[in-house]
Design a protein around this ligand. Structure first.
Ligand code: SF4
Length: 415
């Protein structure tokens, strides 16, 4: 008796005899009954998806030429029982000897189960990638699939995300007006940011779920804004700088893949001319420079490496990458800073907020970004794995649809 896989192959081959469209040939090619080694089949299926011309390509590859010949001959055979027998003979399928089961027809008679189609590869269709897209993929490929391939859930935002949006807008306006914070009057700077925070939150007032939530988040931002100004002035005193861009578009092509992002703030050191990339963070971040560097080393975060390469391509000498925490109104603003160094350096166990990152590690991150883009556009992935880290699912918008998600150890037996 034929297995489901054999029946799927037969169905694809019969479809090919009826209408020789490349998609039917690809389904056959990906089946073990095609006689084509699985890796070759997957590679040619991917080529077919991106460039077409499958039959000509198969004919040029000596080991695949017999399969191409078989397809050509099946094209001429017509459909029906003759075609079915020829496919069974040619691809050495088992004859389907199931005796017809006499069924008594009634209103409750079930129909024959449908033969599942072989899975086809999927590939990213968006022309551009972003660091956050790649971060989502490495955190959980299934989440990436839901978000970037299916657009499964409309993200309506949360009070945390509106807090971030409003705070970013206020800081952008502040630095547009005061690009050299060291030259500004501290009281004026502080008052200005207070007003900008109020007006930015006012624009988002209706996005917060309740007036109380709005007010709480606005007050949190006001307290954080004061700490931000204190930090800004101390920084400017230490080494004067000019803010040369806020929400700056960063575009870069790497080996044929286009990337886009927005840099929250770009500072130029007045003395050396080197630039620092600053990323505002209103959520949870690494607590030390070593921890953040480790995330980059493990290819879990591509954001600042991407900005590094984008600005370097623009001709800047980037000397510093920094994450600026704006989440906790009770703590002083203390950025996590990585200074870019040209030579390898051991990663320390220090809890310090400042550290270094060797250029080689930024190059490795760039290489991995390109590899991921190649994976996502190859069209050979037929299923996107779920993460093994249950904490990634905690705030995932797709959790309700994701039956395979991992559960925290203490909940595994409560499912
Ligand atoms: S619920 Fe978890 S496993 Fe499922 S998509 Fe979200 S992060 Fe991935």
């Amino acid at each position: 008796m034929q297995s489901a896989e054999q029946r799927a192959f037969l169905a694809a081959a019969l479809a090919w005899t009826r209408r020789p469209e490349e998609r039917h040939a690809v389904r056959m090619l990906q089946s073990p009954f095609s006689g084509v080694p699985q890796d070759l089949g997957a590679a040619y299926a991917a080529l077919s998806a991106s460039k077409g011309g499958l039959l000509d390509r198969l004919a040029q590859e000596r080991s695949l030429a017999p399969f191409a010949v078989a397809l050509r001959e099946l094209e001429k055979i017509g459909d029906g029982e003759t075609a079915r027998q020829e496919i069974v003979r040619r691809f050495q399928l088992e004859a389907d000897v199931r005796p017809p089961v006499p069924v008594e027809r009634s209103e409750l008679t079930l129909c024959e189960p449908a033969v599942p189609e072989p899975r086809l590869g999927m590939r990213a269709t968006r022309p551009r990638f972003s660091a956050s897209q790649l971060n989502a993929y490495v955190e959980c490929p299934r989440k990436w699939f839901y978000r970037y391939m299916c657009g499964a859930v409309e993200d309506k935002g949360s009070s945390a995300s509106f807090y971030g949006t409003a705070f970013h807008a206020a800081l952008e306006a502040l630095h547009g007006e005061f690009p050299r914070p060291g030259d500004a009057d501290p009281a004026e700077l502080s008052l200005k940011l207070e007003g900008l925070v109020n007006s930015a939150f006012d624009r988002h007032r209706n996005n917060f779920e309740t007036p109380v939530e709005y007010e709480l988040q606005r007050r949190r931002a006001q307290r954080t804004a004061k700490k931000y100004v204190e930090w800004l002035l101390a920084e400017a005193k230490r080494a004067s700088f000019t803010v040369v861009g806020c929400e700056l578009s960063a575009e870069l092509e790497m080996e044929g893949y286009e990337f886009i992002g927005y840099i929250d703030r770009l500072d130029r050191d007045d003395k050396t001319g080197a630039v620092a990339v600053i990323d505002y963070k209103t959520g949870t971040i690494a607590t030390s420079a070593a921890e953040y560097r480790e995330k980059i080393r493990q290819f879990k975060d591509f954001q600042l490496p991407f900005y590094y390469w984008a600005r370097t391509a623009e001709g800047d000498k980037v000397w510093k990458l920094a994450l600026l925490p704006l989440k906790d109104a009770l703590l002083d603003v203390q950025p996590i800073v990585l200074e870019v160094v040209p030579v390898p350096s051991e990663i320390g166990r220090s809890h310090s907020a400042t550290g270094v990152i060797p250029l080689g590690e930024l190059e490795r991150a760039r290489g991995r970004m390109i590899e991921i883009c190649a994976e996502l556009t190859a069209g050979t992935t037929t299923a996107f794995a779920v993460t093994s880290d249950p904490s990634a699912c905690m705030y995932c918008a797709y959790a309700v649809a994701c039956a395979d998600r991992p559960y925290p150890p203490d909940q595994r037996f409560g499912r």
